[in-house]
Design a protein. Structure first.
Length: 155
């Protein structure tokens, strides 16, 4: 194994990208094999969504690998990884659980707006106009795409 390859494999981002690439290729194989067994066009196939997810995951893993190789060249492999903020992790889980249980009572758009506002604030975004615009627009676009265009039942 060459010295350059060993250096790249020491970078956590490169190792993670390899794992994500393996997962993406596995999901891609699953979607293609599953679709092959049914006689439906792709637009009606239940394997279309896994196919799209696998392609996006593959693109993201390639991007992550490229970033890891760049940081490996710059000596980034020796940098310590940031400390995990467990309070934020558990707060995010609590917000997600609250969103899950409140959704049938609040409806999709109001519940999702509140959920996104709380997550933006937890992640440190303090510009109220940006938080409001992103939360409302994301909720409305998702509602329009899934409920209006795709006729998916939303709470």
């Amino acid at each position: 194994m060459s010295n350059r390859l060993k250096t790249c494999l020491r970078v956590p981002a490169v190792r993670e990208s390899i794992l994500c690439c393996i997962l993406a290729l596995s999901l891609l194989a699953y979607a293609l094999a599953g679709h092959r067994q049914i006689s439906l066009p792709w637009k009606l196939s239940p394997y279309l969504f896994p196919l799209l997810v696998s392609l996006f995951l593959l693109l993201l893993s390639i991007s992550l690998c490229a970033e890891g190789v760049r940081t490996g060249r710059d000596g980034g492999a020796c940098r310590p990884s940031p400390k995990t903020e467990w309070k934020k992790v558990f707060a995010t889980l609590a917000i997600c659980l609250a969103y899950y249980f409140a959704m049938p009572h609040t409806g999709f758009i109001p519940g999702t707006v509140v959920f996104l506002v709380l997550l933006f604030l937890l992640l440190g975004e303090r510009r109220p106009l940006l938080v409001g615009i992103l939360s409302v627009s994301t909720s409305v676009v998702i509602y329009y795409l899934f409920h209006v265009l795709l006729h998916v039942m939303l709470p």
